[in-house]
Design a protein around this ligand. Structure first.
Ligand code: SF4
Length: 314
């Protein structure tokens, strides 16, 4: 089955000449959306683990986590090149000195890039200036992962994101000054969004020069506010078919060179009350690919058509 979208593995091969794997690193951190700096309580869908289920304990140093994960992932997949991936919580929510230390610990010959998950309101220029110097000195690429989830500010309020679209635009503009890559997380089965919100989210991503996306459906994790809302029937979860239609529309609208990290997220069954309509992530991905291939849809075909139609109309 040929891929109708530009997958991240294709991007890695185009850029690094071979497969590249992420080495997750967990730090002892929190998030300004939990401790009151931005908001209390965190996003309604976020678990106590802060966004990932597959990490080594945070008491291990960055170097220990890199080495341990490399020896496991490296031997399993015969991998040689890796990305140091600061995944949980807000990985710029610390002093500049602390930040420098964790980044400097990633200066290994097997690391080709450092990926930093953070919030838009926590991207500051002092850290970008340091990263710019460090990247030039070491040759490592820098990727920022920012959660947008949706361009709909009303939905962002329901999600208790503690930041809005303007924060995201501000952070992207700041990061783009230094030419670092931006990866954006979006949730395309939000009960409060419709297809117009999906389209708007895709167009915002194009407009801000985002280079990678991670697409998720909405999970209901058991220790969250969303779980309480789910149990109280406070919203209707969109169907799998609606999710697939949203993902396809989103892919058709984003530019062809935006690398897609994933089309469906995953979470352990025992931790969730609702996850991917009890369907495996790869089955949903395959259905999306099949629908696109059967209809001749490819990533970016609508993005180009919009521009073409506009030019024609001049
Ligand atoms: S910003 Fe990220 S880490 Fe913080 S509460 Fe929201 S999802 Fe969780």
């Amino acid at each position: 089955m040929s891929s109708p979208y530009y997958s991240i593995s294709e991007y890695y091969k185009d850029t690094y000449g071979e497969k590249v794997y992420k080495l997750p690193i967990k730090l002892s951190l929190t998030c300004p959306n939990r401790d009151g700096a931005a908001c209390y309580g965190g996003c309604i869908f976020c678990s106590e683990s802060g966004g990932s289920f597959e990490n080594l304990p945070s008491y291990l140093t960055v170097e220990e986590q890199l080495e341990e994960n490399k020896s496991y992932i490296g031997s399993r997949y015969k991998a040689k090149k890796f990305i140091a991936y600061f995944q949980n919580f807000t990985n710029t929510y610390m002093s500049l000195d602390e930040f420098k230390e964790i980044i400097k610990a990633c200066n290994k010959d097997y690391i080709v890039a450092v990926s930093i998950s953070t919030r838009s309101d926590s991207v500051t220029e002092d850290k970008l200036i340091f990263l710019n110097e460090w990247s030039k000195e070491t040759g490592k690429d820098i990727i920022f992962e920012l959660g947008l989830q949706t361009a709909n500010y009303k939905t962002l309020e329901i999600l208790n994101r503690g930041e809005d679209l303007a924060d995201f635009i501000y952070a992207c503009n700041l990061i783009n000054k230094y030419n670092f890559r931006i990866c954006t997380h979006v949730i395309l089965s939000l009960p409060w969004d419709d297809i117009k919100d999906v389209r708007q989210t895709a167009k915002i991503i194009n407009a801000l020069g985002v280079k990678e996306v991670k697409v998720h459906s909405l999970f209901v994790i058991k220790d969250t506010k969303l779980y309480q809302m789910y149990k109280n029937n406070e919203f209707t979860m969109p169907s799998k078919q609606e999710y697939e239609e949203n993902v396809i529309e989103f892919l058709r609208l984003i530019k062809k060179d935006v690398a897609v990290q994933r089309l469906v997220g995953r979470a352990p069954q025992e931790e969730t009350a609702f996850c991917n309509w009890d369907t495996s992530w790869w089955a949903i991905r395959d259905e999306i690919v099949e629908i696109m291939n059967n209809n001749g849809f490819v990533q970016g075909d609508k993005s180009e058509r919009i521009i073409y139609d506009k030019i024609k109309g001049v």
